[in-house]
Ligand binder design. Structure first.
Ligand code: PLP
Length: 399
């Protein structure tokens, strides 16, 4: 794999992150000599069990949870499915209402559609043009039979951070459970479930410089879930299957690294992000920022280009050719590129403007030098899409 360009730039960390070398080193023995099944009673099994339980403590520590409240899964998607379906199963599928937002990741949205097909009432809250869910909208959507509210902690396309503490408190006061898909937020924002009104929270290792194919669901003590996967009873019967020991070890160490380095890393990424924001405002007159300017993830930007929304694919190709990996909307919707983004439609964008956006997401190994190079590459790439006569867009939209 690779791009011919001498020094490619990877600015697509919301899609996935490179594995931290330290995580790779920690995982390797569990793929080779430490191959035991954690359920085996001999020494190989006991070693593997210890490794899994250490990772559980590390993952719990990052969230302020008790280790017994962490269930390992095969992905963030599975954690989301487990939370939503698991709660509704507990209610026997009868008389259930679930509230979510219209701009959730498909892991939640498609699960809501699945629940709806099986008779569950679903309300998807509209999202403000700033990419923030309004707590008042949640308050007025609650019904006597609302069992669960699921709102993402940070949006994967625009990067906006949701007021989940407030949303959680409103939900709890009503007597329903609150789940948050924190797949984009864990690793970038601090969490402490001892203080936050969160009953369940989804994590995915590959978004925090850990391996792909492993995730976790925090399930607060006392919250009852029906499992999705039945079998040998692993993970306190919530997720049967022989554990992905190396993957779980990877998630554990990735979580520990984040716990120790988050403060500094978030500051650095915020500085790089703001450098891009200022540079784009100065050099690309058509650019406007999508989503709230400050209530956003440290390394996450999403731009629109006035009058060029239909050209976003060409822009991606031009950047790709220059060795810059970014995305239009989310990685999952790349095959639908050119169609209006459901996230932007949910934020009230008209279908034309919702067709084009450029998502730039930074990570641990990005440098200022890469940011500066990106700021050299982007303006001519945008200018090349159309003659320079394009209507200048209010640069103030970026501030
Ligand atoms: N939720 C959000 C907000 C995401 O961004 C993603 C991945 O893009 C997922 C869930 C799915 O996570 P995974 O890739 O581990 O299934």
């Amino acid at each position: 794999v690779g791009n011919d360009v001498a020094a490619p730039i990877y600015f697509d960390h919301a899609a996935t992150t490179p594995l931290d070398r330290r995580v790779f080193v920690a995982m390797e023995p569990w793929l080779t000599e430490g191959f035991g099944n954690p359920s085996s009673s001999h020494w190989l099994g006991r070693q593997a069990r210890e490794a899994v339980e250490k990772a559980r403590r590390q993952t719990a520590a990052l969230l302020g949870a008790d280790p017994q409240e962490i269930v390992f899964t095969a992905s963030g998607t599975e954690a989301d499915n487990m939370a939503l379906i698991g709660v509704i199963e507990q209610h026997g599928w009868r008389d259930c209402h679930v509230i979510s937002s219209a701009f959730e990741h498909p892991a939640v949205l498609e699960t809501c559609r699945y629940l709806k097909r099986h008779g569950v009432d679903i309300t998807l809250l509209r999202v403000g043009a700033d990419g923030i869910v309004d707590p008042l909208a949640l308050q007025s959507a609650l019904r006597p039979n609302t069992r669960l509210v699921s709102i993402m902690a940070a949006n994967n396309v625009v990067g906006t951070v949701q007021p989940i503490d407030e949303l959680g408190r409103i939900t709890r006061a009503h007597g329903a459970l609150f789940h948050t898909d924190a797949v984009q937020a864990v690793g970038k924002l601090p969490f402490d479930v001892r203080k936050q009104a969160i009953d369940m929270l989804s994590v995915s290792a590959h978004k925090l410089h850990g391996p792909k194919g492993v995730g976790a669901l925090f399930v607060r003590r006392g919250v009852e879930l029906t499992p999705l996967v039945h079998g040998g009873g692993q993970e306190r019967r919530l997720r049967s299957a022989t554990e992905n020991v190396a993957g779980i070890v990877g998630l554990g160490l990735a979580a520990e690294i984040v716990r120790k380095e988050l403060g500094e890393e978030a500051e650095r990424l915020t500085r790089l992000r703001d450098r891009i924001m200022d540079g784009v405002a100065k050099r690309v007159p058509q650019a406007y920022l999508i989503g709230h300017a400050r209530q956003r993830l440290p390394g996450h930007l999403c731009f629109g280009f006035a009058g060029l929304e239909g050209e976003s694919i060409k822009l991606l190709l031009a950047l790709d050719e220059a060795g810059v990996a970014v995305s239009s909307g989310s990685a999952c919707s790349a095959h639908r590129a050119g169609e209006p983004s459901s996230v932007l439609l949910a934020m009230g964008f008209d279908p034309i403007r919702a067709r084009g956006s450029l998502r730039v997401t930074l990570g641990r190994f990005n440098s200022e030098e890469e940011v500066d190079r990106f700021l050299e590459i982007l303006p001519p790439a945008v200018a090349g899409l159309r003659p320079v006569t394009s209507r200048p867009f209010a640069a103030a939209a970026l501030t």
